[in-house]
Write a protein that binds this ligand. Structure first.
Ligand code: AP5
Ligand code: MG
Length: 199
């Protein structure tokens, strides 16, 4: 079982790389951003509440996103594993995730962070805003999303560092090259865990 947390600021490439990783390793993609945008599309009460925060570039309250992830884990019990994209974003979310996965003996395998400098994030997101029209890809909201990441989310890496599960890769360059870097980490970590199980 592989449970990978793909981590990084807005625009780091989490969604792009997740789409490739789920194919290669036959995993289920769980993106809280995507799940929330689906709720907005369907005009549910959860979506209406979440939209206020997302349009302001702020994190949606923990209980909302934790509940969504718990539901998705409960209906995917036969999965080979998961790619968590954009979750966890607070220490409370990270603890809640461990509280669900650890009793099932399906712990997080690794958190892999994509390192991308600020100017590239802004450039990528403004470009995507023009092409895809995601409503939070405006200069003002991008700025708030990155600030929110720096103040509330970046420190989640320490939670996984403390468990010796934190890795990071250079997130600049061709998409395929970045993918190779991530796969290299996953394969090495998988081999390490297999070795530990044998010992
Ligand atoms: P979410 O949907 O998670 O957005 P995000 O974290 O801001 O990240 P993005 O989806 O914008 O970027 P990405 O890293 O996926 O990059 P991508 O591959 O798309 O969250 C949205 C909102 O929902 C949050 O602000 C918050 O309000 C709420 N939310 C979500 N989860 C939450 C949680 N857990 N707790 C609380 N609130 C939550 O790439 C970006 C662009 O760059 C694309 O156009 C892509 O084609 C391009 N690109 C990718 N790789 C490269 C490359 N190597 N070179 C050049 N361009 C590239
Ligand atoms: Mg994304």
């Amino acid at each position: 079982m592989l449970n990978i947390v793909l981590f990084g600021p807005p625009g780091a490439g989490k969604g792009t790389q997740s789409a490739m990783l789920i194919k290669k390793y036959d995993l289920v993609h769980l993106s809280t951003g995507e799940l929330l945008r689906n709720e907005i599309c369907q005009n549910t009460s959860l979506g209406v509440e979440a939209k206020r925060f997302m349009d302001a570039g702020q994190l949606v309250p923990d209980d909302v996103v934790i509940g969504m992830i718990e539901n998705k884990l409960a209906v995917n019990t036969n999965a080979n594993g998961f790619i968590f994209d954009g979750f966890p974003r607070t220490e409370e979310q990270a603890k809640a995730l461990d509280d669900v996965l650890n009793p099932m003996k399906k712990p997080i395998t690794a958190m892999i962070a994509l390192d991308v400098p600020h100017y590239s994030l802004v450039e990528r997101l403004l470009k995507r805003g023009q092409i895809e029209g995601r409503t939070d890809d405006t200069e003002e909201v991008i700025d708030k999303r990155i600030t929110e990441y720096e103040s509330k989310t970046r420190k989640v890496a320490r939670y996984y560092e403390a468990q010796n599960k934190f890795y990071h890769v250079d997130g600049i360059g061709e998409v395929d090259k970045i993918f190779e870097r991530i796969c290299h980490i996953i394969d090495a970590r998988y081999a390490e865990l297999k070795q530990q199980q044998k010992a």
